[in-house]
Write a protein that binds this ligand. Structure first.
Ligand SMILES: [Zn+2]
Ligand SMILES: [Zn+2]
Ligand SMILES: [Zn+2]
Length: 85
């Protein structure tokens, strides 16, 4: 049996490497909405990417990192949080 290699990789597309359903892992609100502390989505409520590839509302992450339980770790994978530059 001979398989034909199709060009599937080229059509797979590209998208943000964001968590399931494109929701913030902390507040569970979609990334196209703002965090619970804000009223208007957009530049005033930016997203923040970590080097572990997880994405959160910046406000959610800052609030998380400010809590004692966070231990400065990513809330999704518990690796030390490093903001991607
Ligand atoms: Zn959030
Ligand atoms: Zn916000
Ligand atoms: Zn992470």
């Amino acid at each position: 049996m001979k398989l034909t290699i199709t060009d599937w990789r080229a059509v797979a597309g590209w998208k943000w490497d964001v968590p399931d359903d494109d929701v913030c892992g902390i507040c569970r609100a979609p990334f196209d909405a703002c965090c619970p502390g804000c009223k208007i989505p957009g530049d005033d409520c930016p997203l923040i990417w970590g080097e572990c590839s997880h994405v959160f509302h910046m406000h959610c992450l800052l609030k998380w990192l400010g809590s004692e339980t966070s231990q400065q770790q990513c809330p999704m994978d518990r690796r030390p949080w490093v903001t991607a530059s």
